[in-house]
Design a protein around this ligand. Sequence first.
Ligand code: ATP
Ligand code: MG
Ligand code: MG
Length: 561
Amino acid sequence: SASRPLNFIEQIITQDLERGAVEAIVTRFPPEPNGYLHIGHAKSICLNFGLAKRFGGTCNLRFDDTNPAKEDQEYIDAIIRDVEWMGFPVGKGGLSNVYYSSAYFDQLYQWALELINNGKAYVCELSPEQAREYRGTLTAPGKDSPFRDRSVAENLAEFEKMRNGEYAEGACVLRAKIDMAAGNINLRDPILYRIRKQAHHQTSDKWCIYPTYDFAHGQGDAIEGVTHSICTLEFADHRPLYEWLLANLSVPAEPKQYEFARLELNYTVTSKRKLKQLVDETIVDAWDDPRMPTIAGMRRRGFTAAALRKFCDLIGVTKSASTVDLGMLEYAVRDDLNENAPRAMCVLKPLKLVITNFEEHFGAGDKVVQQPCHPNRSELGAREIPFSREIYIDQSDFTEDTSLSRKKFKRLVLGEYVRLRGASVIKAEQVIRDDDGNIAAVECTLVANTIGEDPPEGVRPRGVIHWVSATNCVTCEIRLYDRLFNDASPDAGGKDYLQCLNPSSLEIISGAKAEISLTQATVGQGYQFEREGYFTLDSRYTTAEMPVFNRTIGLKDNWAN
Ligand code: ATP
Ligand code: MG
Ligand code: MG
């Protein structure tokens, strides 16, 4: 990241610092606590905290909590957990302090009075329908509200009544008095305060009027001394209002707003409202379901914070909207795990092999073999794997069909040889069937002196396969995930994203057999299960008796886009 060219925001900041426009930068990440953070928020987090880190500034985590109806403490806690997990510590000693827009309600109220006193705000009693009609359209100017010319004294009295709960919700609002003919609709006397007779998670019953996003946001930035307030492109049209409010209020600082393109990922929905619907309708098991594009879901799935940061760096920060291929995120995850995840063996669909000459070579009991935890990172150490008379291999790694070419089937064929990863070369001698005629086991023999050694001439293993000891392993459940949606743009115009769900986004395999070292697996650690993919222990369903592993991602990209 140090070597790529500066993005447009980094260029602006570099110039602002060079010409002394600011001494140190302050950015902010301002989620509304009405849901869990998703991959789009990850982009904003990497951008805002990343700038603070790079330019020696700070980034405020600000809960934009001006609408009590949809907000909850659960979301606040989850957001802090996710930001910190992303690698950006919050609070003392960190890059960031935690702020709440709701802490500014008193000051915002004073600023509302200041506007009223200066004849720049009024209490409007138009119904929502009337207000919409008066607002006009993109091509037609709006009309002045009949309440626009109320006196300062009347507005002060009415606003006081609003505050005291004397009006019902929706009966009136406080509006800025700007210009009903403005080309930018956001300047047509925008709403500053509305009535919500609802307790707030931070301020309890103190208020029944709440500031709008527009009235709270820029002023919050000013209170906190934010220098660069970076939001997504949809807010470009709000910038004139942002600037009008700062110019017309006695604020302590003058932050500047900049806009960048939000992250849109194909095969994904990134709207908290829609993600909440998936949770509420139990289409997924929770906000952190491993198929969710939430930070918590991706963490539970086994994505690493480093991979998410790498992805955000790869996609960059621009001013033009575009859709990013989900394959790019998957690439970043696979690349990180390939580099860092310890290797282990796990057989998903077990087939028993009995090595009839095992004792002859190794005596009674297990033969312990050693395997490096990572093929090219010796510092990750080695692990001991019990090799025993009875082992499991995957059902798909054995066939009785002797006609398959060596090229086509690099696994175990009846009458032929294969190497067991880290252990001996074996030969499949005979299939044992149960009463129904199904394969119950395969009897094999091992070739002497082939652990870590080439077999004698004439013995040609078809390939190397993974295996686990049948007598010294751990039975586990495996959860295989695929994309939650099978439509590249599930919420594109008019489409119902609930109709685009991939019916096979979750496959549960029970009775898988993992190498015994995986009894030590911990939540948060990723593993490469050799030849199967990357896996991590599931934090929700794992029990003392039964580990559950989530497949984070396969070894290869199986999606043709
Ligand atoms: P949603 O649309 O999912 O409800 P939001 O934008 O309403 O998201 P906020 O909690 O208000 O969610 O967003 C907090 C910050 O995250 C904002 O600064 C917003 O610009 C940024 N953000 C949200 N979604 C994205 C995205 N897809 N890409 C980049 N930044 C985003
Ligand atoms: Mg929002
Ligand atoms: Mg939004």
